[in-house]
Every structure is written in C-alpha cells, then in structure tokens.
Design a protein around this ligand. Structure first.
Ligand SMILES: Cc1ncc(COP(=O)(O)O)c(C=O)c1O
Length: 347
C-alpha cells in the first residue's frame, strides 16, 4: 500500500536515526542545546534572516507569529483556503485573540489585488488590521508556488496598511526546489516565516520560525508560554538538520512523480487535476464522490485523502518508490473512472 495521504507520513531514514542517536544535547530551556542552536543558525543562514527558533510544530510556529505580530482585537488577513483558516483549530481567535479575515482569491491563491480589495478603512469602529499571513507553497491550492515577486506585491499592500507579513512556508523547500530560486528570495519580502521539517524533508517532528533578532527573541518567550520550551531538543534538531543536508534535493523526485500521477489521472471518469507545481495532486471530481474515489483507489493499493466532497488529494513524498508508483498508476486511473461512473450524480 502506498500512502499518499500526506508528506507527513514519512519514516525517519536510517541516516536520520543515526544522526539523532549521535546528537550532542543539553537542556535548551536551562542553558541551551548545542545541536538545536546549530540548526537554528543554519536555518537563518539559508533563509537570509537574522535569527531562527526551533518549534515543535508548524501550527505552533504560525500561532507564535500571530501572537508576536498582532495585538488582540486586530485581524489577520489571509487566503480563505489557507491552512491557518481550516486546520489550526482557530488558534488565532482562541489563543492570539485575533480575528481571522479570509480573503477570497480571484485566481488560485490570494493576489495583491485581492488583498488590497479586502483591506478595510481606518474608521473609528472598523476592525484594525494586525498582520497578513501568506502560504507558500499553498497546500489547499494543490502545492501552488507563489514567486517572490507575488509575495513582494502583497508585502507592499501590507506596508501600505502599516502591518507585518508572516509566511507559512511549511513547504517552502518545495517552492525552492521547483523553481531553483534561493530560499532567501522567498523570505526577503516578509517579516517572519515558518518552515517545517516534518513534511518533505522527512523528519519526525519540528518546524522553525525565522525573522529578525527582535522577532525571534519575542517568539522565544511566546513559545515557552505555549508549552513549547523543549529540553534535550537536539535529538529532534539533529533529524531536522539531517533532512536539510541530505533529503532536500529528493523533493525534485516527488515533484516528477506528482506530474506523472497528475497526467495519468486527468480526465479519468471526467475528473480534472490541478496541474501540480510541486508534490501535491488535487483531483477535482465532476460530482460529490470523494469517499467513493478514496475507497476505490485504496482497493488498488494507494491511500489518498478526501479534501472535500468533490476533491481528493494525493501527496508525493520520499517514502514513495518511483517504480512502485509507476506500476500502480494505470490501475489508480481506472479505479477513479470506475468509482465516478458508479457514484450517484446528485449532491
Ligand atoms: C501549509 C501548512 N501549514 C502549516 C501546517 C502545520 O504543520 P504541523 O502539522 O507541523 O502543525 C501544515 C501541515 O500540514 C501545512 O500544510
């Protein structure tokens, strides 16, 4: 069975487990963990920021950024289909005290024009804007890459509003590998970024926040407040470092497999794929049959996820052998077609 539900399902590789076992560690809350410090320095260097901070998860990284950037009672403007809107348990509202303001994208992802159109005035009773959050690659849009120029245009709108920009870069590595552009080029327009180690890079745990030294100093205090101060975190940081140094380039293979899967599935039973920029393949169904499609592809050896009643998601990652997937792809396309013919057409 090939598990394409997410790139979070990867197992730590043998080399990664060895790096974890050999890590030099210390109490990071008390007086610092050397392996974690080294990871943070490397991440800051790669992203072109003054500093970085290891955090237990991407969700906590995004939440910390909201807490640092936005005062309670302000709002976060972000793409209506972003991860923060759908999958982070309303932490923005429940913990940061910030109202979520979902912005409808006129194309695949929110543009500077969409953002500018959504901006409120500064009237006496209007909700003040607190922060803009961007997402790159965009999970819900099928792993879509936004180029640095698009990020800069949105940052310009935020600057006009007088507010900072946070980038949810859980899969920024994929944008970097897909375009060949330096990671720092995607980060230069924004005030802070979260990158994840537990997706395409294959680490079992962890993410990092990066930004100015002042932002990271404030983020460090919020991390502790949220219970994210970790003790011998070097065991985990070593896995992240190993992923960065040894497993970043393999993302190109994930992207190639995504393209191959997408071209085989496009048109099956009238379904349409969102052409993948990176490692995510979204399959849009002609009617509400996502449960049936997921069951049908599972029966031929591929696990996928229901994204909505009319959309199924497949995510490629380093634990999917190219030959095994290639052998299964024709059967997967047939299974999709069969499920769509057999499924009811209403609803
Ligand atoms: C775009 C995006 N942001 C944030 C997250 C949250 O990361 P974590 O699962 O580490 O909390 C995810 C997880 O899938 C994601 O896809």
């Amino acid at each position: 069975m090939l598990d394409l539900r997410s790139d979070t399902v990867t197992q730590p590789s043998t080399g990664m487990r060895a790096a974890m076992a050999e890590a030099t560690v210390g109490d990071d809350v008390l007086d610092g963990d050397p392996t974690t410090r080294a990871l943070e320095s490397r991440v800051a260097e790669l992203l072109g920021t003054e500093a970085a901070l290891y955090v237990p998860s991407g969700t906590m990284g995004n939440l910390i950024a909201l807490c640092v950037h936005a005062r309670p009672g302000t709002e976060v403007l972000l793409d209506a289909e972003s991860h923060i809107v759908h999958w982070e348990l309303a932490g923005a509202a429940a913990v940061a005290g910030v109202q979520v303001r979902p912005v409808r994208a006129s194309d695949a992802v929110m543009s500077a024009a969409d953002l500018a159109a959504a901006a409120r005035g500064r009237g006496r009773y209007e909700v003040p804007a607190g922060v803009v959050c961007l997402e790159n690659t965009h999970n819900g849009a099928g792993g879509r890459v936004s180029l640095p120029s698009a990020l800069q245009a949105m940052a310009d709108v935020a600057a006009d509003l007088g507010i900072p920009v946070h980038l949810d870069g859980a899969r920024l590595w994929n944008a970097h590998v897909a375009t060949g552009l330096p990671l720092a080029a995607f980060v230069a327009p924004v005030d802070s970024v979260m990158v994840s180690f537990s997706k395409g890079l294959g680490a079992p745990v962890g993410a990092a926040l990066a930004g100015s030294a002042d932002f990271i100093a404030r983020a460090d205090r919020v991390r502790k407040r949220l219970g994210g101060g970790l003790r011998q975190s070097g065991v985990l940081a070593a896995a992240a470092r190993y992923g960065l140094e040894h497993q970043l380039d393999t993302l190109a293979q994930d992207h190639a497999l995504a393209r191959a899967l997408a071209s085989a599935l496009d048109g099956a039973g009238g379904a349409r794929v969102v052409p993948p920029d990176t490692n995510i393949v979204m399959l849009d169904l002609p009617h509400a049959a996502a449960d049936e499609v997921v069951a049908a592809v599972s029966a031929v050896g591929v696990r996928a996820s229901v994204w909505s009643t009319t959309r199924v998601r497949f995510v490629l990652h380093r634990d999917i052998p190219a030959d095994a997937l290639t052998a299964l792809v024709p059967g997967v396309a047939e299974a999709v077609a069969r499920a769509l013919v057999g499924a009811p057409t209403s609803g």
